[in-house]
Design a protein around this ligand. Structure first.
Ligand code: FAD
Length: 463
């Protein structure tokens, strides 16, 4: 029987698309070759956040004497048990995805999907193959770690984020090539767990592309944690031996050598299109291999859609899920398209960074007359009681209308705080709207409220 929708990939893009399509009465098949839940649940968001939680807990215990809590005796980390706990969380979540798909009557196939032509998919599982004819297909095959030719992965001394999330002992010395969000999050976690971490970043700041005023707060903390950060560092070569890895890097013109037990290479991600047989369709990719899509997520074949990491743009799980819903709704003949205006970006660094909407420069480029109002966490009672008072919240508004155009946060719980900013932008709220809302005390969102009042020159705790 011809299927209404075949979804390739069971990550946060694919499984969400499959369920949304099934909710509208479609007959849906999903095919995955790496475990339901995709990168996010099995080797990305969830395991990394579990590791960060363990590292933060340890850090908190080590630094609790200021609060009058003395921990006597050794504080030890058993990374094997941390990983077991993390694996338990993954199992819980991935089996939850399987149950949801079953409850929505989505047929699940485990194996690699390949286009035979633009209406037929073949699935190869061990020793078996199935063919499906489809009316619509959603490609949600995600992306994988990019490899450096001069320092290829060996799964032991030179590893990707996948292996870094499965280590059984804390490396004494860990080199991180690439100071993007994945390298930074894992670098901070391992430093707190006891590694001596060095980050080599090719550009002039870690987190390239992120507003430097936000990054500065994190850079200060990296220093405090003892992380060695080398910027403008271009890796020129490397070799491994029984003891570890040695990497050469050109830093501001001079060559330097770095030795470590392991090197985590986190220099970007490449789309998973190699096994798809796209050559048997008219689906086009861009110069980096990401599938080209329009604002309804249609590829250059009208009935084939692509969502999530494989379609490029920000490689984030919530972007993949959002696109999954849109693609399924378009297939259901709803008149919808993507709108990323209020999409949140989150980095689980220390402190966290989160932003949404327009940054000051972007607002200017789009013809607004932007005004920036900034409120520090230092003056917030809750931040002080949490012992986490570095950072700030900044609101970018349009001067004449006071409409909120963007919000940037660096500080405690930025990942959670950004949701209120998303509402403000999505609902086209003005700074006055946000300032007039009663915020509970003592809480971190009061900082956002005060930044909004700052737009009106009415913040109480701003000097
Ligand atoms: P994926 O989750 O990659 O799923 C694609 C699935 O398709 C995989 O299971 C793959 O095996 C399967 N597949 C591929 N090819 C085929 C084929 N031919 N046939 C069948 N199946 C196939 N994002 C966040 O928003 N927040 C975070 O905190 C965050 N942390 C991250 C931390 C790390 C270390 C990493 C690596 C990523 C992180 N991400 C985070 C990014 C997030 O994981 C991805 O953006 C998200 O998983 C993309 O979802 P997707 O559905 O597009 O693809």
């Amino acid at each position: 029987m011809k299927k209404d929708v075949v979804v390739i990939g069971g990550g946060p893009g694919g499984y969400v698309a499959a369920i949304r399509a099934a909710q509208s009465g479609k007959n849906v098949v999903i095919i995955d070759n790496g475990g339901l839940g995709g990168t996010c649940l099995t080797r990305g968001c969830i395991p990394s956040k579990a590791l960060i939680t363990a590292a933060d807990r340890l850090e908190m215990i080590r630094h609790s004497s200021q609060l009058g809590i003395d921990v006597n005796g050794d504080i030890t980390v058993d990374l094997q048990r941390v990983m077991e706990w993390k694996n338990g969380l993954i199992k819980k979540l991935t089996s939850g995805v399987a149950s949801l798909l079953k409850a929505n009557q989505v047929e699940v196939y485990s194996g690699t999907a390949t286009f035979i032509d633009n209406q037929t998919i073949q699935v190869n599982t061990t020793g078996q193959s199935h063919k499906f004819q489809f009316y619509h297909c959603i490609i949600a095959t995600g992306a994988k770690p990019a490899e450096l030719q001069i320092l290829p992965f060996d799964g032991d001394k030179v590893i990707s984020s996948t292996e870094a999330l499965q280590l059984q002992s804390v490396p004494q010395k860990l080199l991180i090539v690439g100071g993007g969000y994945i390298g930074l999050e894992l670098g901070i976690a391992y430093q707190k767990l006891g590694s001596e971490v060095t980050i080599l970043e090719g550009l002039s700041q870690v987190l390239p592309g992120v507003d430097s005023t936000l990054v500065r707060v994190v850079t200060k903390r990296l220093k405090q944690l003892g992380i060695n950060v080398k910027t403008n560092a271009k890796v020129t070569g490397g070799n491994t031996d029984g003891d570890g890895v040695e990497i050469q890097a050109a830093i501001n013109g001079s060559e330097q050598h770095f030795r470590a037990d392991q090197a985590l290479v986190a220099v970007g991600r490449v789309p998973n299109t190699a096994d798809l047989g796209l050559e048997n369709t008219l689906v086009e990719t861009d110069e980096k291999g990401f599938i080209r899509v329009d604002s309804q997520l249609r590829t250059t074949e009208n009935h084939i859609f692509a969502i999530g990491d494989v379609a490029g743009g920000p490689l984030l799980a919530h972007k993949a899920s959002f696109e999954g819903k849109i693609a399924a709704e378009v297939i259901n003949r709803e008149d919808v398209e993507v709108d990323y205006r209020a999409m949140p970006y989150v980095i689980f660094s220390d402190p966290e960074i989160a932003y949404t909407g327009l940054q000051p420069k972007e607002a200017e480029e789009q013809g607004y007359d932007p005004m920036v109002s900034r409120m520090a966490f230092q003056a917030n009672g809750r931040a002080l009681t949490l012992g986490k008072d570095s950072g700030f919240i900044q609101i970018v508004s349009d001067k004449p209308t006071q409409q909120i155009l963007g919000v940037q946060i660096v500080g405690p719980e930025a990942s959670t705080l950004i949701s209120e900013a998303v509402i403000a932008i999505e609902m086209e709220m003005s700074a006055e709207d946000l300032g007039l809302m009663i915020h509970a005390h003592p809480t971190l969102p009061e900082v956002l409220q005060e930044a909004a009042e700052g737009v009106l020159n009415q913040a109480i705790h701003m000097v």
